[in-house]
Design a protein around this ligand. Structure first.
Ligand code: BEZ
Ligand code: FE
Length: 301
């Protein structure tokens, strides 16, 4: 036997390692956990093999994950940001969106994001939630079901950033409840509120995820959007956002939340009577958008 053949035989083959680790899971009684752990082991091993990961690189990877954990506290969740920027968060939504719903007119979901805060004030139909300056905008439409029937009395929470690109919860200089509010749809499913046209903003970049984006040459920007969380008994909750069609980042969202169906036009409304009716300066931006809710599985039709 030649020296090289002997060396080759002594070398531990990567595939037996994977098989050996997988075999340790044979006693796992939780079938789902076993499935997830087995797939994780297979994919992680295949990944290391594909990129021929070195020990030094993996130490840097571990340091990155350590820093990601250290950046987390009661408010900041750097691991969710990592999941968002890797496209994993939106991927889960795509995987679990039922095929029949995906093919219907049902409103698509987007990311909740880290800046949602419970406890928004109840506001009447048409209220203005902007307490800081911006380009005035009217958002209006209806909540309907897949058959086009109105969904009255649904809870609609909205939140967006101020002109400085910060949410009220991030910025002590903004007045309480600036650019967020909670509405109820009317008897015909109608809703309306006044606010400002949103601006694009960067996701937090002062942590390891920001460094990762920089290292790989990605920008941290989210295109301008208004978040909506819509809840009605008997219907699936909609966690979504409306994105501005004229935004420079609408095709390159740092967290992949944009879907074509969620891109809206801010149409300039220069009707003086509309401005008077809504108590807005003329012209203002007008955004018309209906939301289509899907009956929860098991809910009576
Ligand atoms: C947001 O839209 O608020 C957001 C979503 C994901 C990551 C960071 C921010
Ligand atoms: Fe946002």
């Amino acid at each position: 036997m030649s020296e090289t053949t002997k060396q080759r035989m002594n070398r531990t083959d990567v595939h037996p390692i994977t098989e050996t680790v997988l075999a340790t899971l044979s006693g796992c009684e939780d079938a789902r956990l076993k499935q997830i752990m087995s797939a994780l082991v297979r994919h992680v091993h295949a990944f290391a093999e594909e990129v021929q990961l070195t020990g030094d690189e993996w130490r840097r990877g571990i340091e990155f994950l350590t820093q990601t954990g250290k950046k987390c506290d009661g408010i900041r969740q750097e691991f969710i940001l990592l999941s968002d920027t890797l496209g994993l968060s939106i991927m889960l939504d795509a995987i679990h969106r039922q095929q029949d719903v995906a093919e219907s007119a049902a409103t698509e979901n987007s990311l909740l994001g880290p800046f949602y805060r419970e406890g928004a004030h109840d506001e009447p139909f048409g209220a203005n939630i902007a307490r800081t300056e911006g380009e005035p905008a009217l958002f209006r439409g209806r909540l309907i079901d897949e058959a086009g029937k109105p969904v009255p009395n649904a809870l609609i929470e909205v939140w967006e950033t101020a002109n400085n690109g910060m949410y009220e919860g991030q910025d002590p200089d903004q007045p309480e409840s600036n650019l967020r509010g909670r509405f109820r749809s009317g008897p015909n499913g109608e809703y309306a509120f006044r606010s400002i046209k949103p601006t694009p903003y960067p996701i937090p970049t002062d942590g390891p995820v920001g460094q990762m984006l920089l290292a790989v040459g990605r920008h941290p920007m989210r295109p301008a959007h208004v978040h909506f969380l819509i809840q009605a008994p008997g219907y699936d909750t909609i966690t979504t956002a409306l994105y501005s069609s004229d935004d420079p980042y609408v095709e390159s969202d740092a967290v992949f939340g944009v879907k074509r169906s969620l891109v809206v036009e801010y149409v300039k409304n220069d009707s003086p009577s509309d401005a008077t009716e809504w108590d807005l300066p003329s012209p203002f931006f007008d955004v018309h958008r209906d939301f289509v809710l899907v009956r929860s599985s098991g809910a009576a039709r």
